[in-house]
Design a protein around this ligand. Sequence first.
Ligand code: URA
Length: 213
Amino acid sequence: MKDDILKSIRGYLEMEKESGVSEYLFSSKPKDIRLNLVKNEVSGCQKCPLGKMRTKSVFGSGSINAKLMFVGEAPGHEEDVHGIPFVGEAGMLLTKIIEAMGIKREDVYICNILKCRPPHNRNPLPDEISACMDYLYNQIEMIRPRVICGLGKFASQTLLNIEIPISKLRGSWHEYRGIKFMPTYHPAYLLRNPADKKLVWKDMKKIMEALNG
Ligand code: URA
C-alpha cells in the first residue's frame, strides 16, 4: 500500500519534471527563496546564445502572491539595460492598463517567455524558447496566479501550444495547467494600432470579472 503510494508520487514528480517543473518546486524552502534561487540561476544562464549577448537578464517583477500574471515575449532594449520587464514604451502602456483595472503594478507579476533580449528585438527562436521555458514554468507554478494574461502572439501561442493567430485567440478564456488564461494583444502592437485598445480593454474587463467573481 505504502509502496504503491510512493510509486504514484514518484511517477507524478517525474511527470512534472519532464514537463519542465524543476526541483525548486519541491524544495521545503519558502516560495520567495525558491523563486530567488531560480532568478539567480537565470542571471548566470548560458543555455542559449542570448546569454552572451545580454546586459542583464530579465527575470520578472511584482508580487509573489499575485492573483494576476502577465506574460510577454522577451526583453527589449530598456529591459535589457535595467533588468526589469516592461519598462520601455510598451511597458508604460502596460502599466497604464493595469492601473486602469484598479490594480497596482507591484501587485501583479510580470515576466516574459525569454529572459534575455534577442538581438535587434527579433522574434524568439524555437531553441531559445525551449531553453528558457523551465524558468517560466517554475515562476508560474510557484506563484500559481488565478489568471494569466498572455501578451501577444508569442506568449499566447507558446503557453497554449497552439498556432491560431492572436486576432482569433484573444478575448476568450483558455486554460494553462489548470489556470485561467486570457490571450490579448501585446502593448507594443497597441502602440502601432491604438484603435485596438478597446479590444484589449474588453479582455481586461473579463479578467477583472474573473478576479472579482
Ligand atoms: N516586450 C515584451 O514582450 N517584454 C518586455 O519585457 C518588454 C517589451
